[in-house]
Design a protein around this ligand. Structure first.
Ligand code: ADP
Ligand code: MG
Length: 689
């Protein structure tokens, strides 16, 4: 600076006034404040002014810059120290001086040996000469380079990223391709699974947490009347319907709470018939414990339940049959004794008024006891029936007269038939008995009066309806007895056929009416259907096997003349283990004019048959102790004396004795205990004894 000031002063110092000098000093000081180097040369290329930055940027020694120093001196200095690079310094100087002399504006850049980059700009001055400005642009250039480098790096980065992306994209495309193969394989295996699940005889489905199906096999969908693709995505409620949904809803909720549940429900099957299903719901639990949905597995248990119910019913019947059979046997023996002795008492004292007072009520009670046992046996299907073709319309008309007379006048009795002629294969007396029972029940259900209707019609039972009644499908004669009385609740309805089940006050009902009706129809090869609604009324419909062509037989010849003459004097073998019964029957036989030999078991009787040729008739109990019971005795008689007539007496009839039964040899005719003398005669007479 010093030098500069000095030199600046020196430049113009010689003969100038002091104000000029002062101006020069100020200019010099101002120039020294600049970062850029500045030089001014005149037309002769002699130095006029400079600043300290010029010297610093170009590393010129201080002494070199002086006013009047030639431009060339600086150039030479540079050339000699190698600032212009390799080459002839003299030539380098000459070129540069020549260019400077042209006083053209110019801009050049130079990298100094120390690495600094200088931008050099020359501006010609108006009266020749020029001013040159030197700027150190090293940092600026470095910054630019850095930016450029960054830019390049960035670009490179982007390029490499793009490349990576492209690669990823390619890999993805490849993956998608292989995925397609996997997807196809999956689809194929899913298809196979679907075929398998569609083929199994079960309904399978999967539902999610939103209560919507994600999957359903064919069986499941069809069970509810849909196709499989219709079910998927649909809500459970929409698929199964409101009625079923109400039943299954709590189970679905439990499954979605993680519980495995099994339950049964009723629904209307595809064919419109009620069906029963058993479902198991298995929750689908993720490893973290959340329930994702549930698997449904349903099976149709309609047939199974039907069979089970039928089996249970059959077993119950069998047990009751056994019970009543044994009971009836003993009971009928006792009644035989009671009634037989009462009859004898009455006949021996025909004119005693006491007989009338005491014997009659006792007889009446004993007969009622016998009737009760008969009904019990009817229920237990041990009552021998005599099924014959019966025109039911006629029978109903006849019965309706009797019923009208027995019911209070507040009950209107009507009959109707949809067919002019309906022939069923039944025991007419038992059918009348059944209708009477139904009418009495209807009466009891209508204490304030009402309507009782008896209607007959031809019913066709399809396979389901027939299965419900455990009968073969086909045509049946239906007799429906309808009342508009109090009806029955569910629990009554469930037990209505049970013997001794009654809701009536003690003494008002025996609980045997409906069981008789049931037993009789079942035994006739038919069934009973009940429809009942509380406070609305009840319809009990008997379905009886229909006879197509056969004409109903003429009514049984009633009140046939009983003639004891034929039996008089005959020797009758009476086999009976119960001594009291034996004496009653002996008494009855004696009254018919027979001579009687007695045996108290089968073996003894067989002995007599063998040894007493005069025996013209055998009458034997069925149940007797020892190896030879009544039936065995019958076989013995048949072999030993084939033409010897025989009658069996029994407290109950076994199935082999059912009229029209399957046994090709029904054996001897059966006389049900207790029996009157007239009945005994009626049984013996046809034997042509
Ligand atoms: P009982 O008539 O001796 O009670 P049943 O076997 O005839 O025995 O009937 C059993 C029960 O069934 C009756 O007690 C009654 O509760 C019910 N029942 C039968 N028929 C009808 C009907 N038509 N209306 C209402 N309830 C009935
Ligand atoms: Mg009754």
């Amino acid at each position: 600076m010093n030098g500069h000031q000095q030199s600046a002063c020196g430049t113009v110092g010689e003969a100038e006034p002091s104000s000029e000098r002062r101006y020069q000093e100020m200019l010099g000081a101002g120039l020294d404040l600049l970062d850029q180097g500045v030089t001014v040369f005149d037309a002769e290329l002699r130095m006029v002014a400079w600043n300290t930055a010029f010297l610093r940027l170009l590393d010129f020694p201080e002494g070199l810059a002086r006013p009047g120093v030639s431009f060339e001196a600086f150039i030479r200095y540079n050339a000699e120290r190698g600032d212009y690079g390799p080459g002839d310094p003299a030539q380098q100087v000459a070129e540069r001086v020549a260019r400077a002399k042209s006083f053209e504006p110019h801009v050049t850049e130079r990298i100094r040996p120390n690495g600094r980059i200088l931008s050099i700009r020359g501006f010609p001055l108006p009266h020749q000469g020029f001013i040159t400005v030197y700027t150190d642009i090293t940092d600026q250039r470095h910054a630019a380079e850095q930016i450029a480098r960054h830019q390049a790096e960035l670009e490179e980065h982007i390029e490499s990223r793009t490349e990576a992306l492209t690669r990823a994209n390619e890999e993805l495309t490849a993956a998608i391709e292989s995925n397609k193969a996997i997807t196809q394989a999956l689809r194929r295996s899913e298809q196979r699974l679907r075929e398998i699940t569609d083929a199994i005889p079960a309904a399978v489905a999967y539902f999610d947490r939103e209560w919507a199906y994600r999957y359903a096999n064919k069986g499941y969908a069809e069970w509810f009347g849909w196709s499989a693709d219709q079910v998927e995505g649909r809500k459970i409620q929409d698929v199964v319907g409101q009625e079923v949904f109400e039943v299954v809803q709590p189970y679905v909720a439990r499954a979605l709470a993680g519980e495995r549940v099994t339950y049964e429900y009723q629904l209307t099957g595809r064919d419109g018939n009620p069906a029963r299903a058993r479902s198991t719901l298995v929750p689908d639990i993720a490893p973290d414990g959340t329930v994702l949905g549930g698997y449904v597995h349903s099976v149709d248990v309609t047939e199974q339940r039907r069979t089970q119910a039928a089996l249970a019913q059959a077993q119950k019947m069998e047990a009751i049959g056994q019970l009543t059979g044994g009971l009836a046997h003993d009971f009928n023996n006792m009644l035989t004794v009671v009634i037989g002795n009462l009859v004898a008492l009455k006949e021996n004292h025909p004119d005693d008024p006491l007989t009338e007072n005491f014997v009659e009520p006792a007889m009446h009670a004993a007969n009622r006891g016998a009737e009760l046992i008969r009904r019990l046996l009817g229920f237990a299907r041990r009552q021998p029936l005599e099924p014959k073709p019966v025109e039911v319309n006629e029978l109903i008309l006849g019965m309706s007269k009797l019923i009208r007379r027995s019911l209070p006048s507040t009950i209107a009795v009507s009959t109707a038939s949809r067919e002019p002629c309906l022939v069923a294969m039944v025991d007419a007396h038992q059918l009348e008995n059944a209708l009477l029972n139904l009418a009495l029940n209807a009466r009891d259900a209508m204490p304030n009066g009402g309507e009782l209707r008896i209607e007959s019609s031809l019913e066709h039972l399809n396979i389901h309806a027939a299965a419900d009644l455990e009968v073969p499908p086909g045509d049946y004669v239906q007799i429906a007895v309808t009342d508009n009385g109090m009806g029955m609740d569910g629990s009554t309805l469930a037990r209505v056929f049970e013997p001794f089940f009654t809701t009536k006050q003690f003494g008002m009902g025996s609980g045997l009416g409906m069981s008789m009706v049931y037993g009789f129809t079942k035994q006739s090869g038919g069934g009973v259907r009940i429809r009942s609604r509380q406070a609305r009324g009840t319809t009990v419909a008997l379905l009886l096997p229909r006879v197509e062509e056969a004409q109903p037989e003429a009514a049984l010849p009633a009140g046939r003349e009983v003639d004891a003459a034929d039996l008089a004097g005959k020797l009758v073998l009476l086999a009976e283990d119960d001594a009291d019964v034996r004496s009653v029957v002996r008494m009855q036989l004696a009254e018919l004019g027979c001579a009687v030999v007695e045996a108290e078991n089968g073996a003894e009787a067989a002995d007599m048959v063998e040894n007493i040729p005069a025996i013209a008739l055998v009458i034997s109990d069925v149940v007797m102790p020892g190896v030879m019971d009544g039936r065995a005795l019958a076989r013995f008689v048949k072999r030993f004396r084939p033409d010897l007539p025989m009658v069996l007496m029994s407290g109950f009839a076994e199935s082999g004795f059912h009229a029209g039964g399957l046994d090709p040899d029904p054996g001897p005719p059966l006389l049900a205990k207790p029996f009157s003398r007239d009945k005994l005669l009626a049984a013996l007479r046809p034997l042509g004894a």
